[in-house]
Every structure is written in structure tokens, then in C-alpha cells.
Design a protein around this ligand. Structure first.
Ligand code: A3P
Length: 297
């Protein structure tokens, strides 16, 4: 599916209720609506992976579109942005997996599902996973704009309302803490299978991080190609090239939610002092044992 077609599909869908399974809310994407969450997740578990498949795993709003473009460029040895939308290979948004059969190897797939719901065969085959993590305060703000503007999501609340949704783990795909802790556990269980990239490091020193990615994927890349990829996937370039095609929400106010700001620290423009204190308390308590070290500015 190219980006224009995906934009049309988004516009055509009415917002729906938020499907829930085992206490976790999911976005009202077609498979979750059509099959129900339990069946849709079972289908993902039994997805027929190829040994060459690569899987990008992220909690929503952690920079999935960004890393998708970077890896795509590394794999295809090019420095132009793709005409395919990353959602076209997002497993849980695909009702009929046969559309993925037509893709040439290596396929670049992506998902926000918890580690335990990823395709079993991918894990059994020891296939590579690229995990992108971002500081949860900026994820929370970014998700707020997605809730406000996504044509699938029926949310008319304020920032304060959304903050409470986040604090009670009622955003999509469950709590950020749970998602990241499961990923961290998997990283230890399957050494060498998962590469974790930090949004903030990618932002501050893209070329070095892209090189780390290339090494993980076993791709040779010259210094000049690395720089070209960093330039092509910079926020400004991706926003300019992709937003008008992909981000149908921009029609609401001229700005979209997928290429919104692309900055570190936008949380400071949203969190009140009291909200920040509550967030810090929860973060310290729930993430104290984590080896993931996040930066917030
Ligand atoms: P903001 O809402 O903070 O701007 P995802 O792709 O996982 O949905 O994540 C979307 C977030 O990544 C948005 O954050 C978006 O602006 C940011 N993003 C997208 N492309 C980016 C890029 N090239 N560089 C930096 N951030 C990017």
C-alpha cells in the first residue's frame, strides 16, 4: 500500500471504540475491529516469518517512522525516502497477511505489540529485532497529539485528561513500563538478537547511531552514505516529504501528528510541575531496575 492509498483509508474510517484484551487497550485498527483483539493477536503469533525478516519493535510514538526509513535506506542501499508507508508492513494493522507474501526479502516489518505477542517463528528463528526507545515524557506528549488527531481514535479530552489516561496505563498497547521491561527481559533472554536504539542518541548523533545499526545488520556503508542517510531522514526532510502524503490529520489544523515536532524535551511545554512530580515518582518506582538509561533533554 502506498502512502496516498493509506491516507485515503484513514479518511474513510469512522472513529471506533477502543478494543481491549487482558486489560490492555488497542487502537481501533481494522484487524482489531474486524477479528477482535484475541484473534488478531493469535494471527500475529502464528505469522509465517521468513528467516530474512527484520522486525522493528517500538512502543507507539518512539520514532518508528524514522527508524523504518533509516533501515530501509540501509537495506536497499539508497538515500531517498520510500514511497511505501511503514504502516503497510505494520503486522497488527494488516487483516490479510498474504499482502506481505508479495514483498521481496528482506522484508522490513514493524509492530507495537508486546514482545510475547510477536510472531513466534521470528523469535524461534533468532531473526533480528530493532527496538527504538524514547524517554516516556516525550512519548506521552506525542501520544496525546495522536489521540487528539488520529481519525481512528475517538478522544476529545484535554491534555490533563490524557495525562491521567497515561498514568493509569490506559493508552494503547498497555503501559510504557510493561512494554519496555518485556523488551529488556527479551534482550537478556536472546543475546544478540535485539538492538536497542535510543531516540535521543539518534537525534543528537545520527551518523554514529546509523553506523551502529548498519553494523548490527551486517551492512557495509561509507561515511558519506551514512551522512546522506542522516540528512535524508532528518526531521525537516521527512516532514517536508512525507507529511502531505501520509498524515491525513494535518487537514485539521495544517499540522499533523506523525511529523509533529520531532524534538527532545517538548514535555516541558505540557507537564505542570505537579504532573512532573507524579510522573517522576512513578518512573522512579517502576523503572528503577532497568538498565535502559534515558535522557529527557
Ligand atoms: P513528536 O510527536 O514528539 O513530534 P512514531 O513514528 O513512532 O509514531 O513516532 C512519532 C514521533 O517521532 C513524533 O514525535 C515525530 O515527530 C517523531 N519523528 C518522526 N520522524 C522523525 C525524525 N526524522 N526525526 C526526529 N523525530 C521524528
Amino acid at each position: 500500500m502506498d502512502m496516498e492509498k493509506f491516507g485515503e483509508l484513514m479518511k474513510a474510517k469512522e472513529p471506533g471504540p477502543w478494543p481491549e484484551f487482558e486489560g490492555i487497550r488497542y487502537p481501533p485498527a481494522p484487524p482489531f475491529r474486524e477479528k477482535g483483539v484475541e484473534k488478531a493477536l493469535q494471527d500475529i503469533l502464528h505469522f509465517q516469518s521468513r528467516e530474512s525478516d527484520l522486525l522493528i519493535c517500538t512502543y507507539p510514538k518512539s520514532g518508528t517512522h524514522w527508524i523504518f526509513e533509516i533501515i530501509n535506506m540501509l537495506l536497499r542501499n539508497k538515500t531517498e525516502l520510500d514511497t511505501q508507508c511503514k504502516v503497510s508492513t505494520m503486522i497488527e494493522f494488516i487483516s490479510d497477511f498474504t499482502v506481505l507474501d508479495k514483498l521481496e526479502s528482506p522484508r522490513l516489518l514493524n509492530s507495537h505489540c508486546l514482545f510475547n505477542y510477536l510472531p513466534k517463528k521470528h523469535i524461534e528463528n533468532g531473526c533480528k529485532i530493532i527496538h527504538m526507545i524514547r524517554n516516556p515524557k516525550d512519548v506521552c506528549v506525542s501520544l496525546y497529539y495522536q489521540f487528539k488527531k488520529h481519525p481512528f481514535v475517538d478522544f476529545k479530552g484535554s491534555w490533563d485528561d490524557f495525562f491521567e489516561i497515561w498514568m493509569s496505563d490506559k493508552g494503547f498497547y498497555g503501559s510504557w513500563y510493561n512494554y519496555e521491561k518485556e523488551m529488556e527481559k527479551a534482550e537478556k533472554l536472546y543475546p544478540g538478537m535485539i538492538l536497542t536504539c535510543y531516540y535521543e542518541k539518534m537525534k543528537k548523533d545520527s551518523t554514529t547511531e546509523i553506523k551502529r545499526l548498519a553494523d548490527f545488520l551486517g551492512i557495509q556503508c561509507t561515511e558519506s552514505t551514512l551522512k546522506d542517510i542522516a540528512y535524508a531522514t532528518s526531521f525537516q526532510n521527512m516532514q517536508q516529504h512525507n507529511m502531505h502524503k501520509l498524515d491525513s490529520s494535518k487537514e485539521l489544523d495544517g499540522k499533523g501528528f506523525i511529523y509533529r515536532k520531532g524534538e527532545i524535551g517538548d514535555w516541558k511545554n505540557h507537564f505542570t510541575v505537579a504532573q512532573n512530580e507524579r510522573f517522576e515518582e512513578q518512573y522512579t518506582e517502576r523503572f528503577k531496575d532497568s538498565t535502559y538509561k534515558l535522557t529527557f533533554e
